[in-house]
Design a protein around this ligand. Structure first.
Ligand SMILES: NC(=O)c1ccc[n+]([C@@H]2O[C@H](COP(=O)([O-])OP(=O)(O)OC[C@H]3O[C@@H](n4cnc5c(N)ncnc54)[C@H](OP(=O)(O)O)[C@@H]3O)[C@@H](O)[C@H]2O)c1
Length: 317
């Protein structure tokens, strides 16, 4: 599964289309990603294959690409039709911050680019042993500071989508309603276009919907971690996007003989099969796989043209 074009990167047709105008894919199978789309929050059209920027910073741990590669990956993603980028101001390590890379690589932003960020129960810096910081992020002050930090670092007047990240905190101590009401007020101030929720239970999702319009849910989900199956379906029924993080396994790459077998049948890679499975799982699933590698980015985008058969899906179930 490779992108099939002899064009040099600089010659790729870049798309600066306006919101709401239907997209006509260029010839030669380029920009396979854009053939399937979803409308976030009722007005933001996105390709179902997006990109997650966390890996560009090496936050919270692990390797990261050099600065030039990071910028090239972001630009290449947009060239290939990606118009949904997931990020946060707290994806930052040793002075390398995702939002600043996004701004440098892509601003002035294409009209149709949707940048989804998150605030809430976050651990700033790479020190994961500071749960107190999670709680601070959920206070009214912490949420406002998070929104302002994203506005500033992305260089925008309004954030397209902000996810309220609830994290792993004990919910008796940190319930969802108050923070979501705070974000709703920031939305009414004009700082946020749409709201989403992240790291939530099905019950919290239902509660969130009684408080504010919810455009998306971002939770851990992949072929090997399917606890959220009912939530994926509940979101689909409600017309709400479900955006899985760790779609190809995150820090623990997915491995299984069944995955290898399906990948071999298609001449694809295991991550491509994992992504194609998510696309097949439900039309409201949007991908934000993260990579610091141009080759992996292209591979992940090409997964949009991998159609799994009924036999593949049965083998993977
Ligand atoms: N809301 C939350 O709490 C939360 C939590 C975690 C993440 N997120 C968001 O979700 C996004 C996705 O999560 P993620 O990036 O951690 O998970 P992921 O996409 O499942 O995994 C990324 C890892 O897989 C590797 N990878 C990606 N494509 C590959 C390919 N084609 N072949 C081989 N290896 C490949 C990457 O390494 P290489 O760089 O070597 O390709 C990277 O180490 C993040 O970027 C972030 O925006 C949200």
């Amino acid at each position: 599964m490779k992108l099939s074009s002899g064009r040099r990167p600089g010659k790729v047709v870049t798309r600066r289309r306006r919101r709401g105008v239907p997209f006509t894919p260029p010839p030669l199978g380029w920009v396979v990603v854009t053939t399937e789309r979803w409308t976030l929050g009722g007005d933001l059209g996105v390709a179902r294959i997006g990109y997650g920027a966390m890996k560009l910073t090496g936050w919270p741990r692990g390797e990261r690409p050099g600065r030039e590669t990071a910028l090239a990956v972001l630009r290449r993603a947009v060239e290939l039709g990606v118009n949904h980028i997931d990020t946060s101001h707290y994806y930052s390590r040793d002075g390398v911050a995702a939002n600043e890379l996004i701004r440098e690589a892509l601003s002035p932003y294409p009209d149709d680019l949707v940048i989804v960020t998150k605030v809430g129960a976050l651990v700033e810096g790479a020190d994961l042993a500071r749960p107190a910081a999670e709680k601070t992020g959920l206070t009214p002050d912490g949420l406002r500071r998070g929104v302002e930090a994203n506005l500033r670092s992305l260089g925008v007047d309004r954030l397209d989508v902000v996810n309220l990240r609830m994290g792993d905190l004990d919910r008796d101590q940190a319930p969802l309603a108050g923070p979501l009401e705070t974000l709703l007020a920031l939305r009414e101030e004009g700082l946020i276009r749409h709201l989403g929720v992240s790291n939530v239970t099905a019950a919290e999702f239902e509660q969130a919907r009684t408080i504010a319009p919810i455009a998306c849910v971002q939770n851990l989900y992949n072929l090997a971690r399917r606890d959220d199956d009912p939530l994926v379906d509940a979101c689909a029924e409600a017309g709400i996007a479900y955006v899985p993080f760790f779609p190809v396994g995150g820090f623990q790459p997915l491995t299984a003989a069944r995955l290898d077998a399906v990948a071999a049948r298609h001449g694809a890679t295991v991550p491509q099969v994992a992504l194609a499975w998510l696309l097949a799982r439900s039309p409201n699933i949007l991908l934000i796989s993260g990579t610091g590698s141009l080759a992996h980015l292209e591979e992940n985008v090409a997964a949009g043209s991998l159609k799994l058969t009924a036999e593949d899906l049965a083998d993977l179930d």
